[in-house]
Design a binder for this molecule. Structure first.
Ligand code: NAP
Ligand code: MN
Length: 259
């Protein structure tokens, strides 16, 4: 067993990381670790996942309790003993994949934990939407966000997408500032699709676009098309106590008026 630590750049996170590192008796390996500990917030965990997609991830939140970062700084001794004894709980989390090609026909593939977006920040994007090979709609606007169930509370929620119970296997397609007029008519509502559906977005006039995968972004000159689809339950997340979905939603978004 080997491990490494990814740390958000603040004093508390850095101090905790040093303490954890000194207490774990496994080998420290930044090239191919079995376990990665993300100390910071959900953003830190996203970075850890993209750097080490096959590792088991521990998230320790040093700010507010995160969606993914479910250990707190007071759990350090527990994490250390779990890792030293190689005994911890793992939850498999669903990911989505994106495939796209750039203007030179180079192929890209990536996986997202939260969402994949396509945005044209300066010009409107004109995209034809196909679902599992069938033409669905012609879109004009800023772009789309396609999210996982656990990512539904991130960017998707700011777009008025639905918050999804992660026990449901699905992907959600949400518009970003779609133009609706007698010339352009799209569904407008967030569309929640079963995990076996594939989404294809095809440009019908070619522009440059950004494709984002969680916190990462690719500038695609002369964007042509992209495919987004369910990738499977591939992320191994360590957890302390299983927290019910609704409990997590309430503590993050709702102030209790019962107490
Ligand atoms: P960031 O600005 O730190 O992230 C934005 C906020 O989203 C942070 O407070 C982060 O929590 C939180 N967050 C991340 N994943 C979440 C989830 N699954 N459920 C609920 N909250 C979540 O940027 P970043 O650290 O690079 O993270 C990239 C993410 O930012 C993207 O995946 C996207 O979801 C989100 N984003 C949101 C908007 C928007 O809402 N308008 C626009 C672009 C990107 P922590 O504070 O714990 O890190
Ligand atoms: Mn962040």
């Amino acid at each position: 067993m080997s491990f490494c630590i990814i740390t958000r750049d603040d004093e508390l996170s850095k101090a905790l990381s040093l303490e954890i590192k000194s207490k774990i008796n496994q080998s420290y390996d930044e090239s191919n670790p079995d376990i990665v500990i993300a100390v910071g917030g959900d953003g830190t965990l996203l970075q850890a996942f993209h750097k080490y997609p096959n590792a088991s991830l521990f998230g320790i939140h040093t700010g507010h309790l995160g969606f993914y970062s479910n250990y707190s700084p007071s759990d350090i001794d527990e994490i250390v003993s779990e890792i030293n004894n190689n005994s911890f709980n793992i939850e498999q989390i669903d990911l989505i994949s994106v495939d796209f090609i750039d203007e030179d026909n180079n192929k890209y593939h990536d996986n997202a934990l939260n969402e994949i977006t396509i945005v044209g920040p300066t010009r409107t994007l004109r995209l034809d939407v196909f679902i599992s090979g069938e033409y669905f709609e012609r879109f004009r606007g800023t772009g789309f966000c396609i999210s996982t169930p656990t990512g539904s509370t991130a960017y998707n929620k700011s777009l008025n997408g639905s918050v999804i119970d992660p026990s449901l296997k699905c992907i959600q397609l949400t518009e970003i500032a779609g133009i609706n007029s007698n010339s352009y008519r799209t569904l407008s509502s967030p569309l929640v699709l079963s995990y076996d559906k594939k989404i294809k977005l095809k440009a019908f006039n070619i522009h440059d676009a950004y494709i984002t995968v969680d916190h990462k972004s690719y500038l695609v000159n002369k964007f042509k098309e992209m495919d987004v689809y369910y990738a499977g339950a591939k992320l191994k997340m360590a957890y302390k106590n299983h927290e019910e979905f609704l409990t997590r939603i309430k503590r993050t978004f709702l102030k209790s008026n019962q107490e």
